[in-house]
Design a protein around this ligand. Structure first.
Ligand SMILES: Cc1cc2nc3c(=O)[nH]c(=O)nc-3n(C[C@H](O)[C@H](O)[C@H](O)COP(=O)(O)O)c2cc1C
Length: 163
């Protein structure tokens, strides 16, 4: 079978932050989707081995930060090393949140402070269902960084309203 990420692409790249045990972490995700308008729910998929999973199990909060094309280096950096080994916030600028303990990624145009409602095992990953508690929208005029698979990335072009 073809790797599923090569079949369903491109996908938005998000930097997701977490916090527990006096440790902050930030990691890159592209298995992410909106789920509900009211209440605002989203879900992402985290592999069993990620430090992010350990932290959200201990403290069920996270911040979902949109990555732009200008943030490609940050996305690669946060997606290729674990918070178990390095403090990624030594390289990533951040700001405090209003409703949760994890940090916001400063460069990100859209930052969503979330409560983790459920972590559901699903194959080699886990579905993490989140409710958005607070949104920070600096601009919606950003160029989203899109992920294909592995180190393959893309950009997106909007078509605009068609009717
Ligand atoms: C563009 C990109 C997208 C990624 N998407 C996911 C994802 O959706 N789910 C996941 O578990 N890991 C994903 N990863 C891998 C994690 O970001 C990577 O394993 C990271 O080191 C985990 O950090 P942590 O151990 O601090 O949580 C992705 C990596 C990249 C570069």
């Amino acid at each position: 079978m073809t790797r599923i990420s090569k079949l369903l692409q491109p996908r938005m790249v998000l930097l997701i932050t977490s916090y527990a045990d006096n440790t902050h972490d930030v990691a890159t995700f592209s298995f992410v989707t909106p789920i509900s308008f009211n209440p605002p729910l989203l879900a992402f998929s985290v592999a069993h081995t990620r430090y992010t999973k350990e932290l959200i199990e201990k403290n069920p909060e996270c911040v979902v930060n949109v990555a732009t094309t200008e943030m490609l280096d940050d996305a690669l950096y946060c997606g290729t090393r674990s918070g178990r080994d390095v403090d990624k916030f030594e390289k990533i600028e951040w700001e405090e949140c209003e409703t949760v303990k994890p940090r916001r990624v400063k460069k990100s145009p859209v930052q969503l402070e979330c409560k983790v409602l459920k972590i559901i095992p699903a194959g080699d990953h886990n579905i993490v269902l989140c409710e958005v508690l607070t949104e920070h929208v600096k601009t919606l005029e950003y160029k989203p960084l899109m992920h294909v698979s592995g180190s393959d990335f893309a950009t997106s072009t909007k078509i605009g309203p068609v009717a």
